[in-house]
Design a protein around this ligand. Structure first.
Ligand code: DX5
Ligand code: ZN
Length: 223
């Protein structure tokens, strides 16, 4: 089974980029071999930090041809879905705790022609996916509590990655399994071995500035 999986994708989180030069940073990670661009949207309410809105996503769109992997940590989430879709998001991921009707929110994302993801916080069980797995394109396992870059990987999330990998295989659907938080050259191979096929990495991608990005990304792939 492992051998049939596609190579791991790297989705650098621009939360760790230089916010004064975001366009250049996005171009630099694309040139350095990133697969997706991970955009962390925080509202200071669902999570204790404030970051990026749809206007910034729209401003970044012309700077990259890569899929924009938009991670919404906002509540209520529903009334911002259209704005992020119009701004150029390709994948829109929500937390089930961020609204009363996750199934409806997923349907709405799909109706806009976008890929829909569900993100599970460290304390949220894999079981939360039982009645969503038939409709989603991506599961995002949080391996830190959302809100900030640079936190340590919570190791018990490896069990959840394994459990979700089994659920995905059982579903027979084409669903990406992404892991977010504390990914570095030590935890990346652990997450991949547990079944992840997309790694978000903020600190580990942007460390050392633009000249280091290609090496940083290559190392996360285990190359
Ligand atoms: C945390 C964000 C992550 C974060 C990852 O709330 O969802 O995407 O930026 O940062 P690192 O890779 O530094 O742990
Ligand atoms: Zn994220």
């Amino acid at each position: 089974m492992t051998d049939q999986r596609p190579p791991v994708r790297i989705s650098p989180s621009i939360l760790s980029a230089d916010f004064a030069r975001l366009g250049e940073e996005v171009r630099a990670i694309e040139e350095a071999g990133a697969d997706w661009v991970h955009i962390d949207v925080m509202d200071g309410h669902f999570v204790p930090n404030l970051t990026i809105g749809p206007m910034v996503v729209k401003a970044l769109r012309p700077h990259s041809t890569l899929p924009f992997d938009v991670h919404l940590m906002i509540s209520p989430v529903d009334h911002f879905i259209d704005a992020f879709a119009e701004a150029g998001a390709d994948i829109i991921t929500i937390h089930p705790e961020a609204g009363p009707h996750s199934h409806r929110t997923v349907q709405h994302i799909k109706s806009l022609g976008k890929q829909a993801g569900i993100s599970l916080n460290p304390a949220t069980p894999a079981k939360m996916l039982d009645y969503l797995i038939d409709d989603i394109d991506l599961v995002l396992i949080m391996s830190v509590n959302p809100g900030f870059g640079g936190q340590s990987f919570i190791s018990n999330q490896l069990r959840k990655i394994e459990a979700v990998r089994k659920m995905i295989e059982k579903s027979g659907r084409d669903i990406r399994l992404e892991v977010d938080g504390g990914i570095d050259t030590v935890t990346a191979p652990q997450a991949i071995a547990a079944g992840a096929d997309v790694l978000v990495a903020g600190t580990a991608t942007f460390r050392g500035g633009p000249t280091a990005y290609a090496d940083n990304i290559r190392r996360l792939r285990g190359l």
